[in-house]
Design a protein around this ligand. Structure first.
Ligand SMILES: Cc1cc2nc3c(=O)[nH]c(=O)nc-3n(C[C@H](O)[C@H](O)[C@H](O)COP(=O)(O)O)c2cc1C
Length: 242
C-alpha cells in the first residue's frame, strides 16, 4: 500500500504494517492492570462456569444467523452464564495467565465484557460487568437501559427487545504497551473472536443473537461510565429468546 494512501483508515493500516526492517514506531505506553474490577458494585452474583452443555459445532456453524426478532420470554440466568462463559470464560489457568475460550494477542485480553440486562430471570435490569477471574457479574448501574441503549445503537429497536445486550470495550493500554499502534488491529480481532463464540453458543442454546457495529460511541460509553479515551466501545451483540 502506498504511503500516500488517502483516509485515516488506510493510513492507519499502512503505518502499522510489520516490515522486515521495522516492527513499527517506538511510542511507548504504560502497562495497566490485566483485569478490571468494580469493588464498589451495587451487587454481585457468582455464575456457573463451564456449563458443559451439549451442542454440535458443525450444526451451529450451519445454523448461526443474525436474528433481530425475539420472543418476550426472559432469558434464564443459566443461559446468560453459558453465553458469558463461551465469550470470555477461563478455560485454562497458569501462574501468569487466565487463558480464555477466545484467543487474544499476547494473552493480554484487552476486551472487557459488559451486559445490559433487560429481561433475565434473577437479575436486576441494568448494566453488569463480567469480572473474569471469579466469573462473577457485578451490577454497576441499576435501571432500565432499553431506551438509552436503543438510542445509542442508532435506534435499532432489537437492542431494546432483546433479553440482554453484550457490550464490549477495549482498554487501549492493556495491549498498546506491548504492540503500540498495531494493538488497535488486535483489539478488533479479539472482539470478533469473542462475539463469534457468543453467537455459536447462542445458536447451540436455541437463542437468537445479532452483532452490532453501528452505534454512537460516546453514548454507549456514557451508559457504561467509561471514559472513551483509555477505554472505548468496540462492539455490541443482542441476545433474545426465539
Ligand atoms: C462488524 C459487524 C457489524 C454489524 N453491525 C450490525 C448492525 O449494526 N445492525 C444489524 O442489524 N446487523 C449488524 N451486523 C450483522 C450483519 O448485518 C450480518 O452479519 C450480515 O447481514 C450477514 O448475515 P448473517 O449474520 O445472518 O450471516 C453486523 C455484523 C458485523 C460482522
Amino acid at each position: 500500500m502506498s504511503p500516500e494512501a488517502p483516509g485515516i483508515g488506510r493510513r492507519y493500516l499502512n503505518e502499522t504494517r510489520y516490515r522486515r526492517d521495522s516492527l513499527g514506531e517506538k511510542a511507548s505506553y504504560p502497562r495497566v492492570a490485566l483485569y478490571k474490577e468494580y469493588p464498589d458494585a451495587v451487587r454481585r452474583i457468582a455464575l456457573q462456569a463451564d456449563p458443559g452443555l451439549p451442542g454440535d459445532l458443525w450444526d451451529c456453524l450451519r445454523r448461526r444467523r443474525s436474528q433481530r426478532q425475539y420472543q418476550t420470554r426472559p432469558l434464564r440466568l443459566e443461559e446468560l452464564a453459558a453465553l458469558l462463559w463461551a465469550a470470555q470464560g477461563v478455560s485454562f489457568s497458569s501462574r501468569n495467565y487466565l487463558l480464555r475460550t477466545a484467543p487474544s494477542a499476547g494473552a493480554l485480553y484487552p476486551v472487557e465484557t459488559y451486559v445490559a440486562v433487560h429481561q433475565v430471570e434473577g437479575l436486576a435490569p441494568g448494566i453488569w460487568h463480567l469480572e473474569v477471574p471469579d466469573f462473577e457479574l457485578a451490577l454497576i448501574r441499576e435501571g432500565d437501559a432499553r431506551r438509552p441503549l436503543t438510542d445509542a445503537g442508532l435506534f435499532q429497536s432489537f437492542l431494546g427487545t432483546a433479553g440482554a445486550v453484550f457490550i464490549w470495550t477495549g482498554i487501549l493500554n492493556r495491549a498498546m504497551w506491548k504492540y503500540r499502534e498495531r494493538a488497535i488491529r488486535y483489539l478488533f480481532l479479539d472482539a470478533g473472536h469473542i462475539c463469534q463464540n457468543l453467537m455459536l453458543a447462542a445458536t447451540a442454546l436455541g437463542l437468537g443473537t445479532c452483532p452490532v457495529g453501528a452505534f454512537f460511541d460516546g453514548e454507549v460509553e456514557e451508559l457504561l461510565g467509561v471514559d472513551g479515551r483509555e477505554e472505548v466501545a468496540l462492539y455490541l451483540a443482542s441476545v433474545g429468546a426465539l
